[in-house]
Design a protein around this ligand. Structure first.
Ligand code: PEP
Length: 248
């Protein structure tokens, strides 16, 4: 049986209080599409107010620290994020793996911390263009997944996002056959890591998904939803993706 689709907006470092109304508009739109799970991950500064404004809608963070508390200036624990009103967090986004040099081991520890605090975790994996051109995409992605995979994970709280680094924010999207091949490889890697529960873990595609290509991407086998950056910032842009997921 197909998994219920999950569409997640990653706002990255975009959004001031004036954009809280966009989150409210997106939440209202999501309510009209009952067959799809929808979440928005705004900057941390907006989480509490967004969660209060949109009761019952999923608000997430874009990172958390792996420690419960302590001397980590500028960082936020999973518990703090949960208390602010988030119910999930993105982890290991390629921008963090690159800019903050996050390793698989850190992502794994963060996922465990997120789960302990009651947050869902979306672990991102993806190859660079150079790695794809060298024919190493599947090995790289499956290696990241194995290294980042938290012990005791199950589909109730773990989601994987396949995001080819070269497709993020570029307007470029892989061939459908490449998406299909990679998602199948991720599914079988999950089966090795967790056995029977692997089929229920949602695997999202991310990288320049928009209202024009969402239906095609969401129809691919093992694509259980999307992680969306630029096209998630307004209800006008995000709405067609949510609709495509509802109809997939
Ligand atoms: C992302 O950053 O997770 C992403 C997929 O961005 P975009 O949709 O803008 O490519």
């Amino acid at each position: 049986m197909a998994n219920r689709k999950y569409i997640v907006g990653n706002w990255k470092m975009n959004g001031l209080r004036a954009q809280l109304s966009d989150i409210a508009d997106i939440a209202a739109l999501a309510e009209t599409h009952e067959g799809v799970d929808v979440a928005i991950c705004p900057p941390v500064t907006l989480i509490a107010q967004a969660a209060e404004n949109t009761q019952g809608f999923k608000i997430g963070a874009q990172d958390c620290h792996f420690a419960i508390s302590g001397a980590h200036t500028g960082c936020l624990s999973a518990e703090m994020i949960r208390e602010a009103g988030a119910t999930l967090t993105i982890l290991g986004h390629s921008e963090r793996r690159t800019d903050q040099h996050e390793t698989d081991a850190e992502v794994k520890a963060k996922a465990q911390a997120a789960h302990s605090a009651g947050l869902g975790a979306i672990i991102c994996v993806g190859e660079t263009e150079q790695e794809r051109d060298a024919g190493k995409a599947i090995d790289i992605v499956c290696g990241q997944l194995a290294g980042s995979f938290p012990e005791g994970a199950d589909a109730d709280w773990l989601t994987i996002a396949y995001e080819p680094v070269w497709a993020i924010g570029t307007g470029r999207v892989p061939e459908v056959s490449d998406v299909e091949e990679m998602h199948a490889a991720i599914r079988s890697q999950l089966a090795q890591l967790m056995g029977d529960g692997a089929g229920a873990v949602r695997i999202l595609y991310g990288g320049s998904m928009n209202g024009s290509n969402a239906a095609q991407l969401l129809a691919v086998a093992n694509v259980d939803g999307g992680l969306v950056g630029g096209a998630s910032l307004t209800a006008e842009k995000f709405g067609p993706i949510i609709k495509a997921a509802a109809e997939a």
